[in-house]
Design a binder for this molecule. Sequence first.
Ligand code: ARG
Length: 327
Amino acid sequence: MKKALVLALAGAMSLSLMACGSSASSTESATEAPAAETAAEETTEASAEAASEEQENEAAAFTTLTEGVLTVGTNAEFPPFEYVGDDGEPDGFDIALIKAIGEKMGIEVQVENMEFDSLVTSIGSKIDVAIAGMTVTEERQASVDFSDSYYDAVQSVIVPADSEIATIEDLQGLKIGAQLGTTGEFIIEDDIEGAEAATYNKAVDAVNDLINGKLDAVIVDRNPASVFAEKFPDDVKALNGEDFGFAVEQYAIAVPKGDTALLDAINAALAEVQEDGTFDALVAQYIEEGDASDEAASTEEASEEATEAAADETTEEAAAEATSAAE
Ligand code: ARG
């Protein structure tokens, strides 16, 4: 009997907690609640259900610039996270991720490809959110909010294949390229003594200038760095930024500052995508597949390139790079 009372009270309490949003069904259960132990238990269950339903409804109450559409800004110059696919449309890990998130949110996703440097200022006016391998930084947090982070990264240093650069001291006073408005640029300007930052709208253009001898190094996030370096294994190599003391960075989705409804909805959908295995499948598809790991050459073209590169070069390093290029 004592237990029944406690349960009934628990039921009544949770009902009163949600009194403001109470629906017909919860009022109904309230009258039933004190009846008996089983009834009280049912009520508690029912209230919990009603409460979680209410949470779901709350999470869905976000608004977007165009009703029913999540307009997403990206800069498709950052493989494997975003690049322009064969059909001319943005593709990549981030694009697939935001589409999966949109599906969970029950909203259509429209991707706008723009310059990286204008993403943050476009949030809330031209685009609802941005996904662009964007690192959470304090400076950006002054104008936007970030979702839970979904990927850890670090900057890489791309140098000529025969370069002996290995430490941050070696970079002092050099001319170093980076994509405009990225953390790579900030590192050159803030952390490398006497270095001159040369900025580009596309990181790949910086890599081309490095190959042409116009730059001493390029600083760009690890994954795109290996994609770029693997394209020109004879000319350049990508070095791990951790050996230069660069901090680990977290990628997250940027949302309008203070828009907690949209932020919560995105975080909830991201969590769902992570829990149901979609996220890992996308990592495998977009990030690991293109990685230099233990896989054998996956395409004829890649293996041809590797053979060529191996024939051209004599050092062990070059051979290793060639193998990476094949994968
Ligand atoms: N993670 C770096 C940053 O946030 C670079 C991101 C560049 N992303 C891109 N899609 N181009 O500054």
